[in-house]
Design a protein around this ligand. Structure first.
Ligand code: AHR
Length: 519
């Protein structure tokens, strides 16, 4: 690897990189669930976000049609609901039945008041409107096995039991279509209502899973992994939990939030490399328990919360004391183009692990830590992070291919040296290839060649660049306006050209790009 930052001989030469797409070595099919979203009763995510009967764009059921339209454009597939930290204090029964008799409760996770105007039925209706799949989380913080099996009975038994008949009386004749269930949320976290030790949680998760499978054996059950790579118990938590629950679950979760520190752009842009190391470690821990037990089953990973999150700004927006408002504005941070570059890179990272990461939920969807802003007094709009997500979801359909990158490194103060270029390639069902690329260098373009020789025998002969777009943190106009308008989509990259067995293009500093190649 060359390092123009430290090698005087190359300091003035433009940096170059070659990405080789290894068509003979597919990583695996890209599961559509990789493009999921996470919706929590937090701030104005649900109330004021998805649901706002007073808004001019509201439909007959109070859902904002402008938000629905943007969620569809985002290409989100599976929706995890209703939390998050919220679920650890949630009584699902509060959110079903006639609205007028639903209780108002304290939402302890977010120091606010929960009206319960939206619950399972309403959320499932919303998911149908966006053609999505419903994924539910059960409360294993302040509740347990009984409430989880009650909810499952309510949601899934066609008729003839108390819970099933209750659902039918509440207007839903057919069971809800829900296959994936999260067994609690972030129970390793001291902030979590009902935090548990790994032994306590592992035992509870195993018992809950066994009971749920008595109702429906082939559910897909997700055990909580750590809340993130920086948790002091990370690793030990996974191994301990899985020693209890390995045989009972199918998936282990991982949560990952990136946040810029000061003006250290290089470290922030390295977030994809940090996530990759984290996912690698989660896989190692899970597989170590598999091997210990001699199990024939390999767990999938659900990155069911991930995003760029200005978490350090949260405290200032959280209500305190006697103030328990309904739907306060929480974590409605606007995003810069650098944030969008990192979001694009996190998707690249997960595509590179498509063999194991089969579900991922962008946290969250509307208003709160979200790609969509839904102001009370105006139309819904796209934040910068909207674009890499929607383009990746729309075009990265098919088989993820291994890529090797030969290029410079980025020297960061927080994460050491990381590859300056990250890339994922996906072969579409009809033979074209989409390549997603990030230049993690805060300064300096990289002249990049994508070597597609391995794909040429597979119907890519007569290479053509169908589309090449780039968004760069250096596009100062976008950064200056970040947050106050509809974020501009990536611009066409005029440098992209098919050349010999590949494609050449310039990747500006701190940029995300997508190149679609076909015949
Ligand atoms: O998405 C916001 C919060 O982040 C979720 O409630 C929690 O699970 C995580 O810590």
């Amino acid at each position: 690897m060359t390092d123009p930052a430290t090698d005087p001989a190359t300091a003035t030469d433009p940096a170059t990189a070659t990405i080789t797409v290894d068509g003979a070595n597919p990583i695996g099919p890209v599961n559509r669930r990789l493009f999921g979203g996470f919706v929590e009763h937090m701030g104005r995510g649900v109330y004021g976000g998805l649901y706002d009967p007073a808004h001019p764009a509201a439909d007959a059921d109070g859902f904002r049609a402008d938000v629905i339209e943007l969620v569809r454009e985002l290409g989100m597939t599976v929706f995890r609901y209703p939390g998050g930290n919220f679920v650890s204090g949630y009584r699902w029964e509060d959110g079903v039945g006639p609205r007028a008799s639903r209780p108002r409760r304290l939402n302890l996770a977010w120091h606010s008041t929960e009206t319960n105007a939206v619950g399972l039925h309403e959320f499932a209706d919303w998911v149908e409107r966006v053609d999505g799949e419903l994924m539910l989380a059960t409360n294993l913080g302040t509740r347990g096995v009984l409430e989880a099996t009650d909810l499952l009975e309510y949601a899934r038994i066609p008729h003839g039991t108390e819970r099933a008949e209750q659902r039918r009386r509440n207007g839903r004749e057919e069971p809800f279509d829900v296959r994936m269930w999260c067994l609690g949320n972030e129970l390793d976290g001291p902030w979590q209502l009902g935090q548990l030790t790994a032994d306590e949680y592992g035992s509870l998760a195993a018992r809950t899973a066994k009971a749920m499978r008595m109702i429906e054996p082939d559910l897909e059950l997700v055990a909580c992994g750590s809340s993130g790579p920086l948790m002091p118990t990370f690793g030990e938590w996974e191994r301990t939990v899985l020693r209890h629950a390995y045989d009972d679950v199918d998936v282990i979760s991982a949560h990952f939030y990136a946040e810029p520190t000061g003006d250290d752009l290089a470290s922030f842009l390295a977030s994809g490399a940090v996530m990759d190391a984290y996912l690698g470690a989660v896989i190692e821990h899970a597989d170590a328990v598999r091997d210990e037990r001699g199990s024939a089953k390999t767990l999938a990973i659900s990155v069911d919360e991930w995003n760029v999150w200005y978490q350090s700004r949260m405290a200032a927006t959280l209500p305190t004391g006697d103030d328990w408002p309904e739907a306060p504005a929480l974590s409605e941070d606007e995003y810069t183009t650098a944030d969008a570059v990192v979001v694009g890179d996190l998707l690249i990272t997960m595509l590179g692990r498509a063999d194991r990461v089969t579900t991922a939920c962008l946290a969250q969807v509307v208003n709160v830590i979200a790609p969509i802003a839904a102001p009370a007094d105006g139309p819904a709009r796209r934040r910068t992070t909207f674009h890499p997500f929607s383009l990746t979801s729309r075009h990265a359909r098919g088989t993820s291919l291994a890529t090797t990158v030969d290029g410079p490194v980025s020297v960061t103060s927080l994460h050491g040296e990381v590859p300056a270029i990250s890339a994922a390639a996906v072969r579409g069902e009809t033979g074209g290839v989409v390549v997603l690329l990030v230049n993690r260098l805060p300064e300096g373009a990289v002249e990049t060649t994508i070597d597609l020789r391995g794909e040429l025998g597979r119907g890519l002969g007569g290479l053509r660049v169908l589309e090449a777009v780039t968004m760069s943190a250096g596009d100062s106009v976008e950064d200056a306006t970040a947050g106050h308008g509809d974020a501009a989509p990536p611009r066409p990259n005029p440098t992209a050209r098919a050349e010999g067995d590949g494609v050449h293009l310039t990747l500006p500093a701190a940029s995300w790009s997508m190149v679609r190649v076909g015949r």
